[in-house]
Design a protein around this ligand. Sequence first.
Ligand SMILES: Nc1ncnc2c1ncn2[C@@H]1O[C@H](COP(=O)(O)OP(=O)(O)OP(=O)(O)O)[C@@H](O)[C@H]1O
Length: 273
Amino acid sequence: MITINNLSFGYKKQQYLVNDISCSLRAGNIVGLLGKNGVGKSTLLRLISGLLNVKEGVISVNGQIPFKRTPDFLSDVFLVSDDTFLPSIKISDYIKVYAPFYPSFDFDKMNQILQEFELPNNQRLDKISYGQQKKFVIAFALSTNCKLILLDEPTNGLDIPSKSVFKKVMIRSIESNQLVIISTHQVKDMDTLVDKIVVFEDGKIVFDKDLFQISEQLVFIKTQNLEENNEVLYFEKHLAGYNAILKNTTNEETTIDMELLFNAIINKTNFNI
Ligand SMILES: Nc1ncnc2c1ncn2[C@@H]1O[C@H](COP(=O)(O)OP(=O)(O)OP(=O)(O)O)[C@@H](O)[C@H]1O
């Protein structure tokens, strides 16, 4: 679906924010694009959606060059950016006006998700809160059924019940021919949602693994005594003991602690996986 070869980009001359990265992402995945504030995650999403052009290298999305922004490309890619600028019209009018740009738009899905997010159709988009606007745009994005959906910090502004609805709706509505990339620094929100993680740091992709590979190779434990565990790769101390990542030597399957894993990655832990 997406192939990136030797991509470099910077807003300033001779200073690359994205520095010679390559990767490929397939349909059927929900990918967590993780990184600290300001590393360039939103920039990467803008490059993939064709809002910015590469300085060097190539991005191909289903064989198309995003920056050409052909009608075909635009009708199958949806970017939810972190800053939502919505017109001062009712939700129902927005759907009437913008849904026709997306040939696979599913009106039933839209109504269902609006209900789950408790957003009434007759609300005006400029009169609802930031979190409600965010939920509306997420509902619209998922209802387009675009092959590629890019969500920039989707859980920003969502309250705890809405975050649960977001996860539920995402998992239910993504089909095997779609690819979703969620960019976020709120790593904890990605628990039990993404099936692949890509970590971006210092202009480079420093980690790119499917979750099943991570589960096969690593175990995540809470323990009071680290010395009993001689395969510790990374740990963090907390009041009642330690959260630790160990090499998986016993084919055990544990729940991935996304925040611990992310901290381990940006602290340059060598997992050797
Ligand atoms: N239009 C622009 N012109 C110049 N610099 C920019 C522009 N947009 C972003 N930047 C800079 O590029 C860097 C990366 O920004 P970007 O928004 O891509 O990061 P991010 O990883 O998404 O951050 P966050 O997690 O805080 O949203 C920042 O230093 C930002 O100030």
